[in-house]
Design a protein around this ligand. Structure first.
Ligand SMILES: [Ca+2]
Length: 208
């Protein structure tokens, strides 16, 4: 795999290659498997990473980070690329990546509970600021439940914004994440969550 446009990351980068396995049609896999973690020298802004013995049934990911010189870390995850349950994906020119999740409406019924699960990968175990881009056209505060890694529920409050499907507003919350993979759920309704008030659409989360 050849990756270009890396000049801003410095002369060396750390590359973690991970992959999913195949566990059959009805058995989930708890997390990806790390294949290798290697430091590469960036040449002309690019690196070439060999991926040997690829499995056609597997999915692969390269995570490329600077080896030094950048003190902060930030990553955005799009709601439209997350696991969307009982809600729908839409397009909007003002949305990050052009897409968002709306109709996050169902609660108080396990068949209709509406939520979005973000699967995120973070470099360290620590508290992160999670910036949530959203729209709330109800004209009043709305709330959703927030839980991560199977933990307890807290409430996220979304002040009203200009209109549905129009993005630019965001709120910040703090999440305590573990190094590696984490699951973050934002829910109108979900099992063991009583339900948020009002309604909100989700565009993206940014962790830093
Ligand atoms: Ca988006």
């Amino acid at each position: 795999m050849r990756v270009t446009g890396l000049g801003a990351l410095g002369s060396q980068v750390r590359v973690t290659l991970s992959r999913t396995g195949t566990t059959g049609r009805t058995t989930n896999q708890s997390a990806p498997t790390t294949v290798s973690t290697t430091t590469y020298t960036v040449s002309g802004g690019s690196i070439s990473v060999p991926v040997t013995g690829m499995d056609a049934w597997a999915a692969y990911q390269l995570l490329i980070t600077p080896t030094s010189g950048i003190a902060t870390w930030q990553q955005r995850y799009e709601a439209e690329n997350a696991a969307v349950v009982n809600a729908n994906r839409f397009s909007s020119s003002s949305a990050s990546n052009g897409g968002y999740v709306g109709q996050i409406d169902g609660s108080a019924n396990s068949r209709n509970d509406a939520f979005v699960d973000f699967i995120v990968n973070v470099p360290q175990t620590r508290a992160y600021t999670m910036n949530i881009r959203y729209a709330n056209g109800t004209g009043a505060n709305s709330t959703q439940g927030l839980a991560y890694n199977g933990g307890s529920w807290s409430t996220v409050t979304y002040p009203p914004t200009g209109a549905w499907g129009s993005f630019g507003s965001s709120v910040n919350v703090t999440v305590n994440l573990n190094a590696g993979w984490n699951t973050i759920r934002l829910a109108k309704g979900a099992p063991s969550f009583a339900g948020g008030t009002g309604y909100a659409e989700l565009d993206a989360i940014t962790l830093s």
